[in-house]
Design a protein around this ligand. Structure first.
Ligand code: C5P
Length: 400
């Protein structure tokens, strides 16, 4: 078995912290970035050290924190650190620091480092709502966007000063996701990908139905990862409570029959189809329009098989590149190999149902013509990115 590693693991960022109360969130951000395998070099303004200590940041990143322009013998830390970085992220970015960036000022280590960069710059503004709304700040932010700086947030909500409004820094989890997204290889640029996700619901009567415990998290993570990698994504989703991936065309369905209709409608335009949904194998032959009344006698439901959507797509005259999922409760390899053959698909991702359903983490084994490849335990977005890298390589080989 071969273990596949994630692309983002070799990336380096400079995390710049400026002097605002949201600096405490930078600690969590650093932790999440390091967890994803990103090397984090922290650079703080002197003001930031009044909100969070360099020792905290050093402990979380395992790297000495840069503060003073003159701490390095040669005074060249700003050049060296910006040259080895794949991106610089300023979180939080205060109104003052944004103004400095917009005007190209360089009077401390962090601002000098930003001016000397040759990599992308991302800022996560954080300030009081009046400071954010101020015409000068808005002008500066506009200027930075024109200069190609990526502005992440801010969000609206309760502020440290007790006021309520626009200016809160985005939460660390969202920022870590956006930063990792920047590093994803654009392997799927220009490709249309159709994904099914979530459970289906088969009505028994007006209020009852048959469904399963699929949360939709894996399918939504694959949609998110495909968007990051440059694909145009259509997500056919059974009932879930998840937030829709920004940028995907989402088609909401309830039953397996509705999911099948939606897939038929969109499949002709897709280069890749990924069936992640836990589609119900059976539906009730004649669901009752009214609620079935309780009685003392036995209730018998007649169940008839649903169409296997993945098998239908895989057996089209000109099928897209098909990826299937298999959730097994035992004998993972045996069942997965068998399923890949039966469904006639080039790639199948298998997991143990008891590890996967509803949880945020999972472990996948990919099966293709070359054998099996393990994606070690990780959160579902990390797994989705690795799965798509693998699928993109196979797709490109096949389409040549
Ligand atoms: O046969 P089994 O249900 O285990 O296969 C799982 C794979 O088949 C998943 O990719 C799932 O999305 C797909 N499937 C489907 N339509 C069905 C049943 C499963 O597309 N009716």
């Amino acid at each position: 078995m071969r273990v596949i590693m994630n692309e983002a693991q070799t990336k380096r960022i400079v995390l710049g912290i400026t002097g605002g109360i949201a600096a405490y969130k930078a600690a969590e951000l650093a932790r999440l970035l390091v967890k994803q395998g990103i090397e984090v070099q922290v650079a703080m303004t002197e003001a930031a050290t009044h909100f969070i200590t360099p020792s905290t940041m050093q402990a979380l990143t395992g790297m000495p924190v840069l503060i003073d322009q003159w701490q390095d013998d040669k005074g060249l830390a700003h050049i060296h650190s910006s040259r080895v970085a794949d991106a610089i992220v300023i979180a939080p970015a205060t109104a003052d620091f944004i103004a400095k960036l917009a005007h190209g000022l360089a009077n401390d280590l962090l601002s000098t480092l930003c001016l000397a960069r040759n990599c992308p710059l991302l800022i996560a503004p954080a300030m009081n709502k009046q400071m954010w709304a101020n015409a000068a700040t808005q002008r500066n932010v506009q200027q930075l966007m024109v200069d190609g700086v990526m502005v992440l947030g801010p969000a609206s909500g309760a502020q440290a000063c007790g006021e309520e409004g626009m200016g809160r820094m985005l939460e660390a989890e969202g920022l870590a996701r956006d930063i990792a997204a920047l590093f994803q290889p654009k392997l799927l640029a220009g490709l249309k990908i159709l994904i099914t996700a979530g459970p289906t619901y088969e009505a028994i009567d007006a209020v009852r139905g048959i469904t399963n415990r699929s949360s939709g998290k894996m399918g939504y993570a694959i949609a998110q990862a495909a968007l990051e990698m440059g694909a145009q994504v259509t997500l056919v989703s059974g009932p879930t409570s998840l937030a829709k991936p920004h940028g995907a065309h989402v088609v909401d369905v309830i039953s397996a029959a509705e999911m099948f209709d939606a897939v038929k409608q969109h499949v002709a335009h897709s280069e890749i189809f990924i069936g992640v949904a836990a589609v119900a194998d059976y539906r009730v032959a004649q669901p009752s329009e009214q609620k079935i009344k309780k009685s003392d006698s036995k209730l018998t439901l007649e169940l008839i098989p649903n169409q296997d959507i993945l098998a239908y797509v895989a057996n089209l005259p000109k099928p897209p590149f098909c990826v299937g999922f298999a959730a097994e409760s035992e004998k993972l390899c045996e069942h997965a190999k068998d399923k890949r053959k039966k469904k006639n698909i080039p790639l199948l991702a298998a997991n143990l149902a008891q590890h996967a359903i509803g949880s945020d983490d999972n472990e996948l084994v990919l099966f293709d013509d070359a054998g099996e490849h393990v994606l070690p335990r990780a959160d579902k977005l990390t797994l989705a990115r690795a799965l798509l890298c693998h699928a993109a390589v196979l797709y490109k080989k096949g389409s040549k």
